[in-house]
Design a protein around this ligand. Structure first.
Ligand code: SF4
Length: 447
């Protein structure tokens, strides 16, 4: 009988994708469980980008300490960004932790387990190689979930070279490195064979895919290559750094019918002074010029963004400029955060920090403004017919189906039959909610 592994994942889609890879790597010996109480191996896959990371990780690990008392052979590991950042310190603070594997180290989880089993000494692997190429890891069968997957994430690159002054990513995920195109194509082909119809290509800055490697396609070309895979209907990607968004990419987005009409283009702030201190390498005027190009080429494109409020030195007038940009660009949705300090970063040393209370006020204002804009945009869908890729049942009711438009808006809808998972259908939008739309099924376009 196989042993059982439980993985708790924090953070972004890339971390979720890394968790899937660990499940696959461990699949010879372990099967996944959703219950930590019955696990033989517990892994906490951590994120230090947006969370209060150490604190969260330590309290999460604390929950499993008592399990180890009951079952001394239980192995506990910390992986991902916090493991990378903290290394040996984790073992000092949490002596019951057996494995600490960083953002490249987790690929060696099997070797780390072997070493631990042999030596019974904690294994720490936090080396970051600049020429590291993540191995091709394919899921042989659907063992992570017995459910048929319709959408999937595929990591195309790791790390980042941009060093935005607030961001820890270059320090914990290392320098940018792109996966070989043939590995990416193979992974997507395998997913499609299993029924996946939509892939999201992941990277910290997908727009610089392949630029550092000899003989690799650039990102626009990679999109065209992936789109040739038969049976794949839709391609999404995230994240795009605005400074690297090329005319070539906009052209491919406009012309390639498989590329979805949605782009996540992090603005972060609307003031040029703040953008400069953030080291974002674009002005708000340059950013808006790209938005205009996107809209000229793809009139129905949906934009989403990230906003940081209360960056050190952000004065009231700077903040007003962020609100102006929200009104000007009119994003479908935004992800907004209060600035918070990260170790190693340049911004950590800035003295002109904004009081917590003021950050809170600004965040509230951003939410207010954006909620109105999202509502107006979502209302404009009412009465329109949209194409929806059905992902399964709605989270709200088992009598409704759920899918997304090409613009990445969630649609819940009634249909005469409920076995439409994986189909592309046409839906008439009848109602707009805060973060989703509601409609009725019209016809099936593709199965
Ligand atoms: S582009 Fe900037 S914010 Fe994004 S991962 Fe790189 S350093 Fe961080």
């Amino acid at each position: 009988m196989k042993k059982r592994v439980y993985i708790k994942t924090f953070g972004c889609q890339m971390n979720e994708n890394d968790t899937e890879k660990m499940y696959i790597l461990l699949s010879d010996e372990y099967e996944p469980t959703l219950n930590p109480e019955e696990a033989d191996l517990i892994l906490i896959n951590t994120c230090s980008v947006r969370e209060k990371p150490q604190h969260k990780v330590y309290s999460e690990a604390g929950r499993y300490k008592h399990l180890k008392k009951k079952k001394p052979e239980l192995i506990i590991g910390i992986t991902g960004c916090v493991a990378q950042q903290e290394g040996e310190n984790i073992i000092k603070k949490l002596p019951y932790v057996d494995l600490v594997l960083g953002t490249q180290g987790f690929y060696f989880i099997k070797e780390a387990l072997k070493t631990f089993t042999k030596t019974k000494k904690p294994v720490v692997f936090t080396e970051l190689k600049s020429d590291f190429k993540p191995p091709l890891i394919l899921e042989e069968k659907n063992f992570i979930s017995s459910d048929k997957k319709i959408t999937a994430f595929v990591t195309i690159m790791q790390g980042c070279d941009n060093f935005c002054s607030y961001c820890i990513v270059p320090y914990v995920r290392g320098r940018e490195t792109s996966r070989p195109p043939e590995d990416i194509l193979k992974e997507v082909e395998e997913l499609v064979k299993k029924g996946v119809r939509e892939v999201t290509l992941l990277g910290q800055n997908v727009n610089s895919y392949g630029l550092k490697e000899k003989g690799y396609p650039d990102f626009a070309e990679l999109l065209n290559m992936v789109s040739q895979i038969e049976g794949l209907w839709r391609i999404r990607f995230t994240t795009s750094h605005p400074k690297d968004l090329s005319d070539r990419l906009i052209k491919v987005m406009a012309e390639n019918p498989k590329v979805c009409h949605h782009i996540h283009l992090p603005l972060q702030a609307g003031s040029n002074k703040v953008l400069k201190r953030m080291n974002r390498k674009y002005t708000k005027e340059e950013y808006f010029k790209k938005v205009k190009k996107l809209r000229d080429a793809i009139p129905d494109i949906a934009l989403t963004t990230d906003i940081i409020v209360g960056f050190p030195g952000e004065e009231k007038e700077d903040f007003e400029e962020t609100l102006e940009m929200l009104e000007k660009v009119r994003y479908h949705e935004i992800f907004s955060f209060k600035y918070s300090e990260r170790p190693f970063t340049v911004a950590q040393k800035f003295n002109d920090k904004i009081p917590e209370e003021e950050k809170e006020k600004r965040l509230k204002k951003v939410h207010e403004v954006q909620a109105r804009i999202t509502k107006e945009i979502y209302n404009s869908y009412v009465g329109k017919e949209v194409e929806v890729l059905v992902e399964g049942f709605s989270a709200k009711s088992k009598e409704l189906l759920m899918g997304r438009t090409t613009t990445n808006v969630i649609v819940n809808f009634k249909a005469p039959r409920l076995d439409l998972k994986g189909a592309l259908v046409r839906v008439l939008i009848e109602e707009a909610g805060k973060h989703s739309l509601k409609g009725k099924y019209l016809e099936t376009l593709k199965t």
